[in-house]
Design a protein. Structure first.
Length: 169
């Protein structure tokens, strides 16, 4: 697996991964997180993703040259969670291609984000996720080394803020 710097040219790849995740969640009867409509079919949501690849730092994991996952991060939290009282690296998007599920792509991208935080002298990495349904996504982040710190709600969407402390290098 190789992790490369991405950017706006990777928008179509990211939207395709998000569309694949929505289709999988829908097929699993788990529409609470993102509904059943593809991200690419919703102009508002696709626009938010385009903002992320323009404004955030983008990393693309590739396996044998094929995009396997994408992570975007920023130096600040989104407006719907409390701001940190110290510098942070905030994971804004993390998605894995369904073709590469179970191969450690998400974990590798999260570890890469931690490495980026260390290199920047930042000791706090935060992420938020869907906290509804069976709680499986929150548990994923907890297994990945994050600690749940605060629940929140955005327009009836239940979320969980999680944090991880890293030692700056």
């Amino acid at each position: 697996m190789e992790i490369r710097r991405g950017g706006p040219a990777d928008l179509a790849v990211l939207l395709a991964m998000l569309d694949g995740a929505v289709a999988w969640l829908d097929a699993s009867g788990r529409t609470g997180q993102w509904g059943s409509r593809p991200w690419s079919a919703d102009q508002k949501r696709a626009g938010r993703v385009a903002d992320r690849v323009r404004e955030d730092v983008v990393w693309v994991a590739e396996v044998d040259g094929e995009p396997a996952g994408v992570l975007t991060h920023s130096g600040r939290a989104p407006e719907y969670v409390p701001a940190a009282d110290e510098p942070e690296l905030y994971v804004r998007i993390l998605v894995t291609s369904r073709a590469f599920t179970g191969r450690g792509v998400g974990g590798a991208l999260l570890d890469h984000a931690r490495d980026q935080a260390r290199a920047q002298g930042v000791g706090l990495v935060r992420v938020d996720c869907y906290a509804g349904g069976d709680g499986q996504l929150v548990r994923y982040y907890e297994r990945s080394g994050f600690t749940a710190v605060e629940k929140f709600t955005v327009e009836d969407w239940p979320g969980q803020l999680l944090a991880d402390r890293v030692t700056a290098s």
